[in-house]
Design a binder for this molecule. Structure first.
Ligand code: 2AM
Length: 192
């Protein structure tokens, strides 16, 4: 099984992200339904490890927190970008959640992730996209920002080959704790 842990995004945020698609020849845009924020890619995991991973993630816990997406960027060489992404406004709570996920997966026997965590939402994978069109994408969308939304859980997904696009299936969902007065606090923080 090919697994990853991710934060699912609210539908309106995904729709807003999907509206950034276009204008870059050679871009394979991620469909709105597949957009997510990866916390940890696990890769191939066998049945026994899968059970341990599910239990380990169940021990992560923690409080729900607000998050905002902000800006766009790329992975790969500036003149040969491989991936276009939407960025995430820096969040201590997100970094802490990622740390807890990482520690609990290590406790399950998974090798430590050596790469630095760079929170992002992949929008497109590129193949031979003209550099000036990629540059225009950055100019046009540099001010992109989502609304503030509540991260109230994370999900263990399995990834399956589909026609053109991967199919992501939720295997297990892990809620984060809502503050006692979530309704009032959430409205005040502009989560809703
Ligand atoms: P991404 O968030 O940068 O797109 C499912 O494929 C998820 O796992 C994607 O979100 C993808 O990262 C991540 N992923 C896939 N293959 C990966 C790899 N080899 N290393 C790290 N992350 C990977």
């Amino acid at each position: 099984m090919r697994l990853f842990v991710a934060i699912p995004l609210p539908e309106d945020v995904r729709v807003g992200l999907a509206m950034l698609a276009g204008g870059v020849p050679g871009a394979g845009w991620v469909p709105a339904d597949n957009l997510h924020l990866t916390l940890r890619f696990l890769g191939e995991v066998d049945g026994r490890q899968f059970e341990e991973v599910c239990l380990g993630l169940g021990r992560v816990g923690g409080d729900a927190f607000p998050l905002e997406l902000s800006g766009v960027g790329h992975f790969g060489d500036r003149r040969q970008a491989r991936v276009l992404w939407a960025g995430v406004r820096p969040s201590e709570a997100l970094a802490r959640l990622r740390g807890r996920v990482e520690r609990n997966l290590e406790d399950c026997g998974l090798p430590r992730e050596e790469r630095r965590f760079h929170p992002h939402v992949t929008l497109a994978r590129l193949r031979g996209a003209p550099v000036e069109r990629v540059g225009r994408f950055f100019i046009e969308h540099s001010r992109y920002a989502s609304r503030r939304f509540l991260v109230d859980g994370f999900t263990l997904f399995s990834s399956h080959p589909g026609h053109g696009q991967s199919i992501y299936r939720p295997e297990a969902e892990y809620p984060l704790e809502l503050p006692q007065d979530a309704g009032v606090a959430g409205a005040a923080a502009g989560w809703a």
